[in-house]
Design a protein around this ligand. Structure first.
Ligand SMILES: N[C@H](CCC[C@H](N)C(=O)O)C(=O)O
Length: 283
């Protein structure tokens, strides 16, 4: 079949976006992996599939597949690319869109300056719901946060564990450029205490309203930016008493702005979304 797609990115986190409303899409994980392959396929960190809504009062459903072919709960940068895609394609005239994801309904909105703000919902900090196996660990407290000591490559790393619908393990480092992201990232991603694997965030505190962040993503490796990772890092830093909202998150691919007013409140993320090219392939 001929597959039409749009190549996009949000702060360098890149996507293949597919209209599954006007195309009949039913691929296997290995087919998603093939599309995401940077040598033999189109290449992307994630594949976003736009579908008709399944529930009343919602405008769309969007499904997210990592480069490894696995379907996941949430993608922050992807939510912004999704909004740009459906408005550019004329699939909606709305500027605030209700979209169902695997972990619930979110409401991204297209701003007048072309940036996109997404209400990402409230973070979940309860370890079993991240999910994180905290059994037999002696946690430490920092501010309002609970830090979990986990052995990584023979050193004890103190993690904040946060779910934004998808799981995140956030640590504070002195210098993101020198952080062992590629060495430790895979070990953290696959650590047995994270039964659904995890996205590994490495956060450097620049000042109380600014961080630098690198994320080794579950199912994709290090990406130039991770939207849910930026949300999780900002929440962890605020909980630890190191940051104040709003937080400017400097990623290798661009800048995101995160605001959060505390437990039970939604995390709001604002950032760019860019269309790179339209394509069509035989699959
Ligand atoms: N790798 C993530 C999904 C994509 C998240 C990221 N690209 C974002 O912008 O939030 C996971 O497996 O949970």
């Amino acid at each position: 079949m001929k597959l039409k797609f749009t190549k996009m990115h949000g702060a360098g986190n890149d996507f293949i976006v597919i209209d599954a409303i006007n195309q009949d899409i039913d691929f296997t994980p290995s087919q998603w992996r093939a599309l995401g392959d940077r040598r033999f396929g189109i290449g992307a960190d994630q594949i976003l599939v736009v579908e008709k809504p399944r529930i009343a009062g919602v405008d769309f459903r969007y499904r997210i597949y990592n480069a490894d072919g696995g379907e996941v709960e949430q993608c922050g940068n992807g939510a912004r690319a999704f909004v740009k895609f459906v408005t550019e394609k004329g699939l909606t005239q709305k500027r605030t869109i209700k979209v169902e994801t695997m972990c619930g309904v979110i409401e991204p909105a297209l701003e007048d300056d072309g940036s996109i703000t997404v209400d990402m919902g409230a973070p979940v900090l309860d370890p079993p719901r991240v999910p994180f196996d905290a059994s037999n660990l002696q946690p430490k407290q920092q501010g309002m946060d609970t830090l979990w000591p986990v052995d990584i490559h023979g050193k004890t790393v103190l993690f904040s564990v946060v779910s934004m619908g998808n799981p995140h393990a956030v640590q504070v480092v002195a210098d993101t450029d020198a952080a062992p992201v590629l060495a430790d990232g895979p070990v953290i991603e696959h650590h047995p205490r994270f039964p659904k694997r995890v996205n590994a965030g490495f956060m450097q505190i620049v000042e109380r309203h600014q961080i630098k962040l690198r994320v080794y993503e579950r199912g994709a490796g290090e990406t130039l930016a991770c939207g849910t990772g930026a949300c999780a890092a900002a929440v962890a830093g605020i909980q630890r008493g190191l940051l104040d909202s709003p937080v400017k998150v400097l990623t290798r691919g661009g800048e995101l702005s995160i605001s959060w007013e505390g437990i039970g409140q939604s995390v709001k993320m604002t950032g760019p979304a860019v269309t790179v090219f339209e394509g069509e392939i035989e699959i």
